[in-house]
Design a protein around this ligand. Sequence first.
Ligand SMILES: [Zn+2]
Length: 373
Amino acid sequence: MAVHTSRTDADVNAVVGGYLRDLAFAQSSPQKMFGYKRAAAAILSLDVPLTDLVGPDGALPRISGIGPGSARIIGEVLNTGESPTVERAIDASEQRSDIERRRQLRRRFLSRAEVIRILRDPSFASLSLEDYRGDLQMHSEWSDGYPTVQQIAEACLQRGYRYAAVTDHSHGLKIAGGMSRAEAADQRRAIDDVNAHFGARFQLLQGIEANIDAAGQLDLSDDEAAVFDVVLAAPHSRLRRNEDQTERMIAAVAHPAVRILAHPRGRITGSRAGVIANWDAVFAAAVQRGVAIEIDGDPARQDLDHTLAARALEAGCLFALDSDAHTTDQLSYAETAMAHARLAGIPVDRIVNCWPVDRLLAWLSNPTSERRA
Ligand SMILES: [Zn+2]
């Protein structure tokens, strides 16, 4: 099967990264599989397209993480748009049906180089980096992230943000070290200290990423939800089902505490499609409640992608563009979300992260205040 690409297609790094992932899954040795996965990750996170790295002699410079086997695949794709070597390896592996399934699950994922290109392309006039004032999904040492809340505030200030929300997992998600009620109270004191330190320069909000259960309910009582400045709801289970889950997602959006529907599908590149639902109905419910739909910028998630985001825009939704960072370096993932927002043509005014903090706080306390007549 031909992958839809040619040398002139924009995202050459995504095409090469895809072939290297295919090759990884065609290996029988775990060590080789790991090596090709690492090579794919190296290409997908490059800042420039491979076509820009080719020298006048047609040779590529050394790229960290890329061995001779991967370099050969890159050469083939740059010359022909395809990789016969990978196709032969897939045929020899007897893994073709699984690999074809994975290929379908890689659609509409942008490489880092493509994200940067889109952010610089003047034909997408809707949103620029300078419009973005604060990130509303990230994880700290209080659940499955690494940084302290102080480190998060410092890193956000360095990126020019005016505010951000730390959104650790709530207690229902044991696998992610969800916070108990007592831990949330301790975290609030730590956040108060950070805010006292930075004063008017920066405001850190205490958020929570609540888990949406099978019935669309949250792992958070109303009393618990009330202590947080912002409640995100996100699905972390039933992400590989073929049945429709519209009711579940509408129930989550209808919860009075929820302000952001985070990584709405729960898709992961090359692995799972996530929740299947009538998204237009979910978006209509979100508009009614003033709930923002997230574009999660984690490179493996990119959820929503720009095509579904364009439908949410048409429905009249608000948007949150977030990094879902678990380290301070990953705050740059917000740029992936911004690239999808530019592709979808979302105006700055519809993006809650671009609002001044007063407008953000007013919406958080009364979400339907932003509903359009
Ligand atoms: Zn999550």
